[in-house]
Design a protein around this ligand. Structure first.
Ligand SMILES: [Zn+2]
Length: 324
C-alpha cells in the first residue's frame, strides 16, 4: 500500500503505482477515487489568531500560515473544512500540522503559546510563562528539557482539544480522521502525545524526512533546535544531551554541524522502529523520496506494508504538505 504526497510521476518512474494520493483540500473541487484530502489544521493569515510568546508578542508559525489551535476561529475554520470534505463526498481526511510551534521556528518552540485561549485551556501556563522567561536568561540542558516537558503537557491539551472537537463532527458525518504527525518522541513536545493521537485517529502517519528544508523535516528541525540552544549559550555536550532527550537520537558533533545536508537514514530507520512499536498497525511512515530513499523503497514497503512518500514537486520550495 503506497500513498503519495506531491509528484506522483516520480513514484511511477520507479515502477510503482500509488494506491492513495493526498491532495491539499484547497485544490480539491470534486470527489475522486483514490484521493484523500489534506487539511492544514491551524491555517490562518490573521496575526490576531497567531500564537503568543512569553512576552506577549504574536506570531504565525510553521510556514507563516499557522495560528493557535486553541483559538475558536481556527477551530471553527477546521470544522468547516471537515464539513466540506464530507460534502465533496470523501469519507476520510488527512490532518496536517495539528500542533504548536516546532524547533524549526526557533525560539517559538520554547516561548509559545500564552494567548488568552491557551491560558483558559491550561491555567498552569500562567505560572509556566515565568519559568520560560527565566530559562531564556540562563539555562542548562536540564532546565531546557524540564521546561519543554511542562510545555508538552499544555500542548497535549491543545491537540486533544482540537482533535476531540474535530472527531465529534467527523464521527457524526462518518468521516475517518487520519493525520501526518511528528515522530515520537519529538512529537510530544509539539503536543502530539501518542496516547491522545491513538484515541482519535484511525491511522497515524509519521513524517520521517531525512533531508529537506522546512517544518517537520528532521534535519531542519534539529538545525532549528541547535540554533535555539546556541542562543541559550549551551555547549555542544549539552546540545547533544537535549537532542537525545527530546528526539531519541544520538548525533555526533560532525552530524550536528552538517544538518543542512540531512541526517543519515539509519536515524530515520531507528525512529521508524520506535514509532511502529508505539502505534502498531495504525503506523504508516512518510518518507522524503529522494535518490537516497528511492533504492530502499521496495524493501521498506515489504517491511512496513504501508508506506507514504513525499515526492517533492519541481516548484517545491518551502511549502507544507497541504500545498501539494
Ligand atoms: Zn494559544
Amino acid at each position: 500500500m503506497l500513498g503519495v504526497f506531491g509528484r506522483v510521476s516520480r513514484v511511477r518512474e520507479l515502477g510503482l503505482e500509488p494506491d492513495v494520493v493526498y491532495v491539499g483540500l484547497d485544490r480539491v473541487n470534486r470527489f475522486a477515487e483514490g484521493v484523500v484530502p489534506l487539511l492544514w489544521v491551524p491555517k490562518t493569515s490573521e496575526l490576531e489568531e497567531g500564537v503568543v510568546d512569553a512576552y506577549g508578542r504574536r506570531h504565525l508559525f510553521a510556514f507563516g500560515n499557522s495560528g493557535c489551535i486553541a483559538n475558536p476561529r481556527v477551530v471553527g475554520r477546521a470544522l468547516k473544512a471537515v464539513e466540506r470534505v464530507f460534502e465533496l463526498g470523501f469519507r476520510r481526511v488527512m490532518l496536517d500540522a495539528i500542533r504548536l510551534p516546532s524547533p524549526v521556528n526557533g525560539l517559538l518552540f520554547l516561548t509559545t503559546c500564552f494567548c488568552s485561549h491557551s491560558l483558559e485551556l491550561c491555567p498552569e501556563l500562567g505560572y509556566l510563562r515565568n519559568r520560560v522567561r527565566a530559562v531564556l536568561h540562563s539555562a542548562s540542558a536540564g532546565d531546557v528539557v524540564e521546561v519543554l516537558e511542562e510545555l508538552a503537557h499544555a500542548r497535549t491539551a491543545h491537540v486533544e482539544y482540537m482533535l476531540s472537537v474535530l472527531y465529534d463532527m467527523a464521527r457524526e458525518l462518518s468521516v475517518e480522521l487520519v493525520a501526518a504527525v511528528f515522530p515520537y518522541p519529538l512529537s510530544r513536545y509539539v503536543g502530539q502525545e501518542p496516547a491522545v493521537l491513538k484515541r482519535y485517529l484511525s491511522e497515524v502517519h509519521v513524517m520521517l524526512y531525512h533531508r529537506c528544508p522546512g517544518a517537520a523535516c528532521l534535519n531542519a528541525e534539529l538545525r532549528g533546535l541547535t540554533g535555539t540552544l546556541n542562543i541559550l549559550r549551551l555547549g555542544y555536550g549539552e546540545i547533544q544531551e537535549v537532542i537525545r532527550s527530546i528526539t531519541g537520537l544520538e548525533l555526533g558533533v560532525k552530524e550536528i554541524a552538517e544538518l543542512d545536508n540531512g541526517i543519515a537514514l539509519e536515524h530515520v530507520e531507528k525512529l521508524m522502529d520506535i514509532n511502529r512499536s508505539i502505534y502498531g498497525d495504525a503506523f504508516t511512515p512518510i518518507l522524503w523520496l529522494d535518490d537516497e530513499v528511492a533504492p530502499r523503497l521496495k524493501r521498506y514497503l515489504k517491511k512496513h506494508r504501508r508506506i507514504d512518500v513525499f515526492a517533492p514537486l519541481d516548484r517545491y520550495h518551502q511549502a507544507g504538505l497541504s500545498d501539494t
